[in-house]
Design a protein around this ligand. Structure first.
Ligand code: ACM
Length: 640
């Protein structure tokens, strides 16, 4: 081969590799409906402009985009009305059609990147908003940060995207009772969820551990019910609060705060579903207004001391009476006042009345409840609960709102028109669908992001586990369900074990990526391996945004089996992410990639006391050092 030919071939190869690098599919979460790579690129630079066409909302959304781009790029990025005659080059154009067509619907958008710029079109403002979220993800990861990154330009590969959501209800639930998240923290939560195209915040505002919403006609709810003794350690095991311990932990949202958060969310196309959890989980309300319970003696705002006895098989009792009295007219007068103010504050169609885990042991002892059963011909406690649910649902309807509740509201007969949020798996959801009710799926089998996301030996303790892959397998429409009655789904972040913002973020990400894809993307577009690589790209973005996330997907899955007769401990290891190697030690030292690599079931040496594990991808350490006492493995591996 001549020297010239060699140069030509080498240059061609180089060009190809640059081209293929430049043309790698962008790491978008959730995966859009259609993504087509094009040739060419666009570079945002100091001369670039933003144009908004179609009205005030387009302009506002363009300003939201500019507010993200300006501090990072340092560019001026003026926002102009798109109707002014300017040269259609070197710009980001946002165009609102103000119509509705089936192709893009209310929340869909199209996005083109070509040599002239970025062109986003949508029927409705929400679509433009989701278009800019996708655009932000197309930029290099540094764009997810907040501070200046000096570059002469920010490159975007040419691409054509057309996208709309699979479901209209894409929620995250935030428990603000067990942990009081400040108004600023709630806003930040909304900001981050909207970046992944969630459109509903389920705001869990009341529970045993605190009442968090100002009700002007019932001031004690926040004077008394919002405060408890501050404890540190493991929730559920705290000592009983004593009278001399000050109630310093807590807080609540004033109605002005709530209006501000609702507006903040609305600006990001997030609806807020308020939850007032009754008749169970009501210690904070009862501590404030003891007339609400049959046996109010000793009822207090729970500080994390044991409150419930969980007997298994769905059986449980309360240690003190945390259930509202279903037989007392005062209860319904109280709830009428609460829902009058809640309905006036929140523009969303639905109010969540809770309904979960209502202990019946104090109802069973109550003469008032016995009288109610006779009078109303109620044959068991489920029917008593159903009587309560139907009365509350009537109150909510009278305020012009629709009722939704946890799936226990089905027990003893569901109120007409009520929607069901299925949490004990999908069973309740399926039953509600059979009865013709709308449902929102948030099964604890796939969507409970308060559960541990990896092995118990390394995760902060919670009573159950839910790995990323299982979250990714969340399918809101179970086989045989009528999809028309499935409004969508949500992930729930209960906060008993979440004591600070960094840990809250750790629990949310990356599992909220997985749930967002289950709710937004076409089912047939979901692909676990591909999702993992996009998740890794988004870890880089979260780093830039200074948001914590769990690296648990890199840690091994551990399955011990212990034979109590032969005293043999066997350990099976695997990883949910493909292509990782697991290295181990039994000799107490820290394994690295020069240690034995796991290839088959391990058998513990007779006198070993600790198993240590770590994962690598090639030469790169990925997982965390896991340290597990052999005694724990024996216990976990013993058949019960
Ligand atoms: C629930 O998790 N108790 C709804």
């Amino acid at each position: 081969m001549s020297y010239m030919k060699k140069i030509i071939i080498a240059s061609a190869l180089l060009a190809c590799s640059i081209l293929s690098y430049a043309q790698s599919t962008p790491a978008l979460i959730p995966q859009p409906e259609v993504v087509n790579l094009q040739t060419g690129s666009y570079a945002l630079n100091a001369q670039s402009r933003i144009e908004a066409t179609g009205g005030k909302e387009a302009f506002r959304i363009a300003e939201l985009l500019a507010a993200q781009l300006r501090p990072v790029t340092g560019y001026g990025l003026p926002v102009a009305n798109g109707l002014t005659k300017t040269i259609k080059a070197n710009l980001i154009s946002l165009e609102l059609n103000n119509k509705e067509d089936a192709a893009l619907g209310k929340e869909g958008y199209s996005l083109q990147v070509n040599n002239k710029g970025v062109f986003i079109k949508a029927n409705q403002p929400a679509g433009l908003f989701y278009g800019i979220q996708t655009l932000l993800q197309l930029f290099p990861k540094e764009m997810a940060g907040k501070s200046l990154v000096k570059r002469t330009s920010w490159n975007l590969t040419a691409v054509s995207i057309s996208d709309k959501p699979r479901f209209g209800w894409r929620g995250l639930m935030l428990d603000c009772s067990r942990h009081f998240w400040t108004k600023a923290e709630v806003k930040e939560f909304i900001d981050n969820m909207s970046k992944y195209k969630y459109n509903l915040l389920h705001w869990h505002l009341t529970d045993d551990q605190g009442w968090r919403i100002e009700i002007k006609s019932l001031p004690k709810l926040t004077e008394v019910g919002a405060w408890r003794v501050d404890k540190t350690g493991t929730f559920g095991t705290f000592s009983n609060p004593t009278p001399d311990e000050p109630k310093t932990y807590g807080g609540f949202y004033t109605q002005e705060d709530i209006k501000e958060v609702i507006q903040y969310a609305a600006d990001r196309f997030v609806n807020i579903l308020p939850e007032v959890d009754v008749p169970g989980h009501s210690s904070a309300a009862i501590a404030s207004y003891p007339q609400l319970a049959n046996f109010p003696e000793g009822v207090r705002v729970n500080s994390g001391e044991k409150l419930m006895n969980w007997m298994g098989g769905g059986k449980f009792t309360a240690i003190y009476d945390n259930s509202l009295n279903p037989a007392g007219e005062y209860t319904y007068e109280f709830l009428d006042k609460v829902f009058t103010e809640v309905a006036a504050l929140f523009p969303f169609d639905y109010i969540h009345m809770g309904g979960d885990e209502c202990a019946k042991n104090f109802w069973e002892k109550s003469d008032a409840v016995k009288e109610l059963m006779q009078k109303e011909n109620l044959k068991d406690m489920h029917e008593v609960q159903s009587y309560f649910v139907k009365r509350v649902s009537k109150i909510i309807s009278a305020k012009g709102k629709k009722t939704i509740g946890w799936d226990e509201i089905l027990e003893g007969g569901l109120a007409s028109n009520a929607a069901v949020m299925s949490w004990r798996g999908v069973k309740g959801g399926l039953e509600a669908i059979k009865q013709g009710h709308e449902v929102v799926m948030s099964p604890n089998t796939n969507a409970y992001i308060d559960f541990m996301q990896g092995d118990a030996s390394i995760e902060p303790p919670v009573y159950s586990s839910l790995r990323l892959k299982t979250a990714y397998e969340f399918e809101p429409v179970p086989a045989d369900a009528d999809p028309k009655l499935v409004k969508g789904g949500q992930a729930n972040l209960w906060c008993e074990q979440i004591y600070n913002t960094r840990h809250m973020q750790y629990m949310v990400w990356p599992r909220a990526f997985a749930i967002s894809e289950s709710l937004w993307s076409p089912k047939e577009k979901k692909n676990w391996n591909n999702f993992v690589s996009r998740t890794e790209a988004h870890f880089g973005r979260l780093d830039e945004a200074q948001i914590k996330y769990a690296p648990s997907m890199y840690d091994p899955i551990i399955k011990p089996a212990y034979d109590t007769t032969s005293k043999e401990l066997k350990v099976d290891l695997s990883t949910e992410v493909e292509g990782l190697d697991i290295y181990y030690s039994w000799d107490n030292s820290f394994p690295d990639r020069y240690y034995p690599k796991y290839t088959q079931t391990l058998v513990a040496p007779k006198d070993a006391s600790t198993l240590k594990l770590i994962t690598y991808r090639g030469k790169q350490v990925t997982g965390r050092m896991m340290v597990i006492p052999v005694a724990d493995l024996q216990k976990r591996g013993t058949k019960k």
